[in-house]
Design a binder for this molecule. Structure first.
Ligand SMILES: [Mn+2]
Length: 473
């Protein structure tokens, strides 16, 4: 265990900022999900504000094969939201003096020891939990304000990154994310309130707000359109005004209270556990400078917009949105179109699984999407099957073929299952240690890995044993 030392964490960031500001020919390399895109845009904006010319590269995964492409773009390399897991070859192939890393993923070790690296910031090296209390965008944000205090306005992007990595899963952001929140509130770029925290409060019509709720699942309502319509009708909640569908945020304060208390009563009558009902209420984050009806106004919906661009192979659109583009006929318009496309792709994926069915193993549900579902969407789709296709008694494991013919495995569980002992990331990692051709890990509730196709049978067998053990301990 490393003792917590926030002072040294901030000091090391300051040192790195002072070093990088003397360099030119800088390349920012970042991941393509919401946390990666916010990290990338924070780094680019902060460096450009200091008069630096910056090249950047967005990657789906960072592999050794990308080194030549990175080298061609410049001489100094800033990795954000990844890098800690690739230190061994980054150091060797790019040179320790020219490589800078701001990450929050588990750094690689040789034996019990972390690999030494001159410019490497990771909260974990300072006893700070990079899973729960700061994301890649958060680390990059602290780097940005070490470069120049004026960068405080980028705090809202750091929060979007944390929400994209689901660091609010206990109902609020904690630890260093809290520090970022305080800055964002002081700068008037963000507001927090306690409210119903189902996903889609700004851009989903009320029926869909209930219908698609997967975190938590609302027994009787999730995936049951008729019940959702009846619920709203019986409780006199208006769903339409003129010909516009209303979202939760469109309701009057009185109707909001009516809605949330009716929902709580509805669930209590179905004997939903108290902790689950409590988890419905928590913090929601509003980016106050965004348009009233824009999905960017809610922190979580902003993260989904970014994920939609990345997962549909247009991450540069997400990056431009982070950098401030709001042109409805340009990049921002395209981002909204990609969000729409994302929702359609998810719906199609769910229909595919509904038609082809899900197998039930001892300790998990299972489907193989082959090439029918994009590998970057299969995990999200698996998680959306709870409440309709599958019950909350076992995790779900989905297979898809990667472009290189290895198999992508995605696992999803629910809060209920995590409370019952499920740790998907842990199971994947353990199997990776026990056999060759398996690389992966992740969180308890959501995890992924890559498996060589000839190892898949053995992998699935081992997984069944491990998850069975987790559920029965
Ligand atoms: Mn991240």
């Amino acid at each position: 265990m490393i003792e917590r030392n926030e002072n040294d964490f901030f000091l090391s960031i300051k040192k790195m900022a002072l070093e990088l500001i003397n360099r030119d020919d800088i390349v920012v390399i970042h991941h393509y999900d919401a946390d990666g895109l916010t990290s990338g845009s924070i780094a680019i904006k902060a460096l450009e504000r200091e008069g630096k010319k910056v090249n950047h590269l967005c990657l789906k995964q960072l592999y050794k094969e990308n080194i030549d492409e990175i080298k061609a773009l410049g001489k100094n390399y800033l990795f954000v939201d990844f890098g800690s897991g690739q230190i061994d070859y980054l150091k060797e192939d790019l040179g320790e003096e020219n490589t800078f890393i701001l990450d929050h993923h588990e750094p690689i070790k040789i034996g019990e020891k972390f690999i030494e690296m001159k410019y490497h910031i990771n909260p974990l090296l300072f006893g700070i939990d990079g899973g729960k209390e700061i994301s890649g965008a958060g680390v990059t944000f602290f780097f940005a304000i070490a470069l120049n205090k004026k960068n405080v306005d980028l705090s809202s992007l750091a929060i979007v990154g944390a929400l994209g990595d689901m660091q609010d899963y206990n109902g609020s952001l904690i630890g260093l994310n809290r520090k970022i929140l305080d800055i964002a509130i002081k700068e008037n770029v963000l507001e927090i309130k306690e409210d119903l925290r189902l996903y889609g409060r700004i851009s989903r019509p009320l029926v869909q707000y209930l219908l698609f709720s997967s975190n938590p699942i609302l027994p009787g309502l999730t995936a049951n359109r008729e019940n959702c319509v009846n619920f709203l009708k019986e409780n006199n909640i208006p769903v339409q005004f003129a010909d516009e569908w209303l979202s939760y945020e469109d309701l009057t304060p009185q109707d909001k209270i009516k809605f949330s208390s009716a929902l709580i009563t509805y669930l209590a009558m179905r004997e939903v556990s108290e902790w689950k009902i409590k988890s419905l209420i928590g913090e929601v984050y509003t980016l106050v400078n965004e348009d009233e009806k824009s999905p960017l106004r809610d922190g979580k919906e902003f993260a989904t917009v970014l994920n939609s661009t990345g997962r549909h192979a247009r991450p540069e659109v997400g990056l431009e949105v982070c950098l401030g583009n709001r042109d409805p006929d340009g990049v921002y318009g395209e981002a909204l179109a990609l969000l729409h496309e994302h929702r359609i792709a998810l719906r199609k994926g769910i229909e595919y699984v509904e038609q082809n069915g899900v197998e039930e193993k001892n300790a998990y549900y299972f489907f193989d999407a082959g090439k029918e579902i994009q590998d970057s969407l299969v995990g999200i789709i698996a998680g959306m099957l709870y409440g309709s296709v599958i019950d909350e008694n076992k995790p779900i494991i989905a297979l898809a073929k990667n472009e290189d013919d290895t198999i992508k495995i995605s696992g999803r569980a629910t809060m209920q299952l995590v409370r019952n002992g499920i740790n998907l990331g842990g199971a994947f990692k353990e199997i990776g240690n026990e056999m060759d051709g398996v690389q992966g890990g992740g969180h308890k509730i959501a995890a992924g890995c890559k498996v060589d196709s000839d190892k898949i049978e053995l992998f699935l067998k081992k997984l069944d044993e491990k998850l069975y053990e987790q559920l029965n301990n």
